[in-house]
Design a binder for this molecule. Structure first.
Ligand code: ZN
Length: 340
């Protein structure tokens, strides 16, 4: 017969999970002690078999209960031992957690796109490596056109070039889209400029293009006034200065009241009180005609700006280099979203 007392004693003395598991297998496993008794039941007379069976089942339940309690006790003592060894001080301050955030330039670009999206513009992108056709010819600058000098261009060995502005995206949109067109094109641009405080060989442009029946300069003015106020504050004043770009007619530079001196005159605005923020104009009929858009029915405007310049004016950043340096002392100044 099973010596239950002895078994309980053995279980009680087990002090590791390994030891306990070995005992469990020996007692309750398929080849275990209890099973061998259960197998022998069939040799007993019926009435004894029933009684004995019940007894064995009770023993089995009891042993299972003892073992699970013992496992719990061993685990608890192991945990206490570990806690004693690696003591935790809940009053220590936690390690600082550095959470990444979007680069200030990207945030400014997103804000510009967001403002224009509210007016129904759709954001599109295009390739950085372009052909002469998209970068110049289609924009009313045939070969040897003097205006090409305005863009010092990086040419590639395969005859292509690095786009000098995002305007090629406008041409691609005119080719692909059905009219009307209302897009924002943004991305990296490249020019062989000598680097200085406001010029870098790599910079970001954002442009908008709107072509529909009856689009006029008044629409352009309204759009840019809304844009300037959304970016630089409700009271912002906007000035249009006649200017030349080959792909628009008429063309204009757009200036806002100096955000640094509020129009009184300072070094940033060269004492004029105004800051030019973007170039704009009515899309040149030549450009429309090239894309088979009937300029007698359709008209449109375009405007474009350097994202770095806008960010520099919004945050008083004094050198374009800071955007590329990845200096955390600079980047960490801009901890919050622009909408905050
Ligand atoms: Zn100023």
């Amino acid at each position: 017969m099973i010596n239950i007392k002895e078994i309980k004693k053995q279980l009680e003395q087990a002090n590791s999970l390994c030891e306990l598991e070995a005992l469990r297998i020996n007692l309750l496993g398929r080849q275990g002690v209890l099973n061998s008794y259960l197998k022998d039941l069939k040799n007993l007379p019926l009435d004894e078999r029933k009684k004995r069976g019940e007894e064995l089942n009770l023993i089995k339940e009891e042993l299972e209960c003892i073992i699970s309690k013992k496992i719990e006790a061993i685990n608890r003592s192991l945990l206490l031992e570990r806690l004693k060894k690696d003591s935790i001080d809940p009053y220590l301050p936690p390690f600082p957690i550095n959470i990444g955030r979007m680069h200030i330039l990207n945030r400014v670009i997103n804000k510009i796109i967001h403002v224009l999206e509210r007016l129904g513009y759709e954001a599109v992108e295009g390739p950085e490596v372009e052909t002469e056709y998209y970068n110049f010819e289609a924009l009313n600058m045939p070969l040897h056109h003097p205006a090409r000098d305005m863009w010092d261009t990086f040419y590639l060995n395969n005859g292509k070039l690095l786009r000098t502005h995002t305007s090629p995206i406008q041409i691609r949109a005119m080719e692909a889209n059905k009219l009307p067109i209302k897009i924002i094109a943004s991305g990296r641009c490249f020019r062989r400029d000598n680097p200085d405080a406001s010029h870098s060989p790599i910079f970001h442009q954002i442009e908008a293009l709107y072509i529909d029946k009856g689009v006029s300069f008044a629409h352009l003015k309204g759009t840019l006034e809304y844009f300037a106020r959304s970016m630089f504050g409700r009271e912002q004043k906007v000035k249009f200065i006649l200017s030349y770009f080959p792909f628009v007619e008429p063309g204009a530079e757009v200036a806002v009241k100096c955000v640094i001196c509020k129009g009184r005159g300072c070094i940033t605005c060269k004492q004029t009180g105004w800051l030019e923020i973007l170039g704009a104009g009515m899309v040149h009929p030549e450009v429309l005609e090239r894309q088979n858009i009937d300029y007698k029915i359709y008209s449109g405007f375009a405007f474009g700006m350097g994202a770095e310049r806008i960010a520099m004016l919004m945050y008083g950043i004094n050198h374009i280099r800071h955007f590329l340096d990845n200096d955390l002392r600079f980047l960490n100044q801009f901890k919050y979203n622009l909408e905050d």
